[in-house]
Design a protein around this ligand. Structure first.
Ligand SMILES: [Zn+2]
Length: 137
């Protein structure tokens, strides 16, 4: 699956937007990542009410797969969980359990839990209420 077109993301990226580089990772620091994304404080962040988002505390942003890279650790250090229609692979650090956010391979998209971004100021995020609960079976 090729990386998603930034226009096809749940929150499409504006045209000609400048990308910033963010670093983040899990609590035990085994897994570190680098992410290219428009200013996370300028756009919406998904605050979904579905069962797993509520359970894991996801506050999500979206990126094409090629904008997300591990700088330390790898998929091998993660464990994953799928449920329902099994199209979304939720990823957790095997050691500390931090929820990095799921991969939606079918769409060439990664979802990043902004809580795992280094020095993120959660109070500045523009939370957008999502109603994932309505889509659950
Ligand atoms: Zn960890």
């Amino acid at each position: 699956m090729p990386p998603a077109d930034p226009k096809s993301l749940p929150f499409p990226w504006p045209d000609d937007v400048e990308l910033e580089t963010y670093h983040g990772g899990c609590h035990c620091k085994k897994i570190r990542y680098e992410l290219q994304h428009p200013d996370i404080y300028a756009g919406p962040v998904m605050n979904c009410n579905c069962s797993i988002c509520e359970d894991r505390g996801y506050l999500m942003i979206y990126a094409p797969e090629d904008k997300f890279h591990f700088t330390s650790g790898s998929e091998a250090d993660l464990t994953s969980y799928e449920f329902g229609s099994n199209v979304i692979r939720h990823r957790f650090c095997k050691s500390c359990g931090s929820s990095l956010g799921p991969v939606v391979a079918k769409r060439g998209m990664v979802v990043i839990n902004t809580r795992t971004i280094e020095d993120v100021d959660l109070s500045r995020l523009q939370l957008h209420k999502g109603n994932g609960k309505a889509r659950e079976v």
